[in-house]
Design a protein around this ligand. Structure first.
Ligand code: FES
Length: 84
């Protein structure tokens, strides 16, 4: 799916994707389950100091971010992953 939204401070990837007409699947919406995992293709989605249960170092190295808690800084490109 292709979509585009204007980044607004403190909006999550899920919220911004919805503005762009793209649905990212969610479940817990708190960083725990990993359902909303996306792949960061370009740009910056800062990680929390302590990784939430829905992420681990291996998937982060592959570009994984959680749409429900990830707030991009500036323009980003993401790929939506199929639900786990
Ligand atoms: S919806 Fe569960 S980690 Fe995002």
């Amino acid at each position: 799916m292709l979509g585009q939204a204007t980044v607004q401070a403190d909006f999550t990837l899920v919220e911004l994707a919805e503005d762009a007409g793209v649905s990212i699947p969610t479940n817990c919406s708190s960083g725990t389950c990993g359902t909303c995992m996306v792949t960061l293709v370009s740009g910056d989605v800062p990680l929390p100091e302590v990784l939430p249960p829905g992420l681990d170092e291996d998937v982060v190295e592959d570009g994984a971010r959680l749409g429900c808690i990830g707030c991009p800084k500036g323009d980003v490109d993401i790929d939506v992953r199929p639900p786990l």
